[in-house]
Ligand binder design. Structure first.
Ligand code: FAD
Length: 279
């Protein structure tokens, strides 16, 4: 059972509760991107179990007729066990999802996993064109090369600023540098990509850049934001006719995710404090 304080950011502990949340997103004109919480398994069994859970989830999305996709963390389906385990599990999820016409996103974790993640996504995308997408992080210095590589792959890209603390040898060293890189990479994506651009950001400045680039290049795009973050803006953007997809985490491993949301922003911490002290 998730305490009310965390339920702003996490859609319950069960798949059925999370699917109900996607249904509510659909009623508000948005899609839902389901993420079963879990990461860093170093045994193959839990990795296979979570891959099974995603296979079940895509079937449920399809049988309920929901506008939804899934987003998988590499370390949840075996990247820490070995590249082959990760790739096999990812392919299994994508095959099941493709049969149900459900899209599969792959989250991106820290920079030590980028090559293995991209290799698996590229191989799977070539077998299932336009059925998969991958998150790419603007804070990494390698990112333009990765985007050039992906420009020839039938996979969508979700551009994010990057959530992991990375060493300065591989990452940009200031928030303003990351923001500038994000804008530059968005321009590259709108210019070079016709296979799907997702703007994974809550930042109004980045969303405005995307809207302007869409006017300039005509490239279709979607906006992705997290459950519980700027939800009013999500609904307003959907009402204006933008494609908005909400990232919806669920599952019994909610604690770590919830504390990450609380730590990253003062407003979220105040929200938590108010819920605790009742002001
Ligand atoms: P920030 O730079 O954090 O914020 C910029 C501005 O956005 C703020 O000044 C404010 O105006 C607005 N804003 C941000 N948060 C709030 C808030 N809570 N309330 C009100 N206004 C706010 N990272 C990864 O490394 N790998 C992934 O696979 C990944 N997947 C993601 C998927 C989605 C759908 C999203 C939205 C993010 C994902 N991230 C991922 C996280 C991402 O990398 C950033 O850490 C996170 O989104 C914060 O960056 P930001 O672009 O939202 O803007």
């Amino acid at each position: 059972m998730i305490p009310p304080i965390a339920s702003r950011f996490v859609a319950g502990t069960t798949a059925s509760g999370a699917l109900d949340h996607v249904s509510e997103c659909n009623e508000a004109g948005m899609g839902g991107i389901l993420n079963l919480l879990g990461e860093h398994y170093d045994d193959p069994e839990p990795a296979a179990e979570d891959a099974d859970a995603y296979c079940h989830l895509v079937s449920e999305l399809a049988s309920r007729g929901l506008n939804g996709s899934v987003s998988v963390k590499p370390s949840q389906i075996g990247i820490d066990v070995g590249p082959d385990v990760f790739r096999d599990n990812f392919e299994r999820i994508v095959e099941t999802a493709a049969a149900e016409d459900v899209f599969v996103w792959c989250d991106m974790e820290d920079h030590t996993t980028t090559d293995t993640t991209l290799d698996a996504v590229e191989a799977t995308a070539r077998d299932h064109p336009h059925g998969v997408g991958v998150a790419i992080q603007a804070n990494l210095t390698r990112t333009r090369d990765d985007l050039r590589r992906l420009a020839d792959v039938p996979a969508a890209v979700r551009l994010v600023k990057g959530a992991y603390d990375e060493p300065s040898s591989v990452a940009l060293d200031s928030k303003s540098a990351v923001d500038d890189a994000y804008e530059d990479h968005l321009e590259f994506l709108f210019r070079e990509f016709d296979q799907g651009v997702a703007v994974g950001s809550h930042d109004p400045a980045m969303l405005q850049v995307a809207v302007d680039l869409h006017k300039e290049y005509g490239t279709p795009f979607e906006i992705q934001m997290l459950m519980g973050v700027r939800e009013d803006a999500q609904r307003e953007l959907a009402a204006k006719g933008y494609e908005v997809n909400q990232y919806v985490p669920y599952g019994d491993k909610w604690m770590q995710y919830f504390y990450r949301r609380i730590r990253e922003r003062k407003e979220n911490a105040l929200f938590a404090l108010r819920a605790v002290v009742g002001v």
